[in-house]
Design a protein around this ligand. Sequence first.
Ligand code: AMP
Length: 597
Amino acid sequence: MCASLLKIKEENVGKVIGIDLGTTNSCVSVIENMEPVIVPNSAGGRTTPSIVAFAKNGERMVGDMAKRQAATNADRTIVSIKRHMGTNWSARIDGTEYRPQTISALILMQLKADAEAFLGETVTDAVITVPAYFSDGQRQATKDAGKIAGLNVLRIINEPTSAALSYGLDHGEAQKVMVYDLGGGTFDVSIIEIGDGIIEVLATAGDNHLGGDDFDQRIADWIMKEFKKQYRADLTRDFAAMQRIKEAAEQAKKELSATDSTQIVLPYLTQIKGEPVHLDLTLTRSEFERLVYDLIERTAGPVQTALSDAGISAAALGRVLLVGGSTRIPAVQEKVRRLTGKEPSRNINPDECVAKGAAILGSTLQGQSLVAAGTGQELLLLDVTPMSLSIETVGGVATRLVERNSTLPTRYSKIFSTAAPYQRDVEIHVLQGERPMARDNKTIGKFKLKGIRRAPAGVPQIEVTFDIDANGILKVSARDMDTGMQQSITITASDRMTEEEIEKAMRDAHEYAGADSLKRDALELINASQSLLNRAQMALKESKKEMDKETKKQVKADIASLQKLVSRFRLEKVTQEQLDEIRQAKEKLEQSAAGIL
Ligand code: AMP
């Protein structure tokens, strides 16, 4: 429904998948019959929870399976990993160190496998979306996650841009659009200009730590407060109870998008003095709105910033698009109405459009020319830098090279000089942020340009260049114009993985995938062997008289050897040799018992 008018010039559409790697849920889309369609997961769901869990027996779970067991395995279940992207967060599980990139890679591997099952072919190319506010380090971490998962990431694209892309193709007329995207963990607002086959992001603003998870937390806190009032017991240390409360909180929140009041019932939530305690509460929509009032209010700031950065008033907006599951909340829609004076568009599925836009871009990048219906022109996509970029100069000042909301890809140069006489080297301190002083911005990289010719202060000419590619990834270089000496870095935030680390994680992921498929094969073989044993034993009993002695002896011997192998089998320790042995014994029994089965 997002891009029903999409037309693609060439018939032979390649299979690039578009991935919305969300904080709470992820979604995959692919172009089929010239339309972006959603790839269902193995359970038939159109979105997959971005959750990874490690069972006690070492089994790894992703998506719905991981979500279902979260309550009973809370400390080995990882949720909202997107919030940690680009940080040095890590978790040690069963002796293995997991970084945000590796956890995200596990989610991506699952999405890739689902797409392969859906398409019946191998998938390698992907476009992955990120919040517009993601820094360079966070984008790079997302790209690395894709690489670890065995994906060739053609492009990282901002989520609102992606949504507008799938939207823009539906509507031919030129206009400025606001994309208000409130998901599970992030909030983005973008002002986008759509017209004549061009989608240009004029401005973006947002909050990396605001979303549906926070609403759930408010309800969970309220439940715990009510529980404490009733039972004088604190649940904060009871992991399993907390997990169930969180799930119930999300469920209640969703229900309140459609009803005025909801019942939260959690039987056997905990025990107090050996007695089971049940929870039964009623939450009304107005109470919920009171609980999250300030969170919804917080979206106003970025809306104003984006409008003023784009140099327009709300009245100049053609349309307001709602993206992200949390925009289903009536109070959020009301807030958008009040902020913009416009009725937000609803003819776009907030959970699916981002992935669909990524699939559309994916096929464009593969050489398929997309045209906006009715315009007959090829589509051009212009993205922007989410934050200003500067370097530190004398007195700790942040001197800007790239203004926020500059269109990508881009290249900016500026000439600097030395501050002290006979200075032989300079440090290039690269900063991201809007503040005038270096110390108030975020350091995203540092390097030295050495070997400058001895000269009085202010004489050497050093050209500093910022090069930002279409993915928003930054390369900084400094060149001494006198000697031609040059130094450059691709910005690697301290949390960025090295190439070796990525290589290792890729190997681990493959090994693990191998081990997982060995386990899957083993379980299938054991089940089949067990059922063969049952059938053979039954048949042996029933056909005693008709069987000649030799065959009977052989079948009995084959049953015994297969039985022995099956009873020795341990899933955690299974090897390929063991499986081969079982398979042979199974085939032998199948042959000897063929006449009676
Ligand atoms: P997204 O990141 O776009 O998948 O959004 C996920 C967030 O949307 C989660 O916090 C969900 O709980 C929330 N969500 C999904 N459906 C609804 C709904 N009907 N009402 C309120 N929130 C919802």
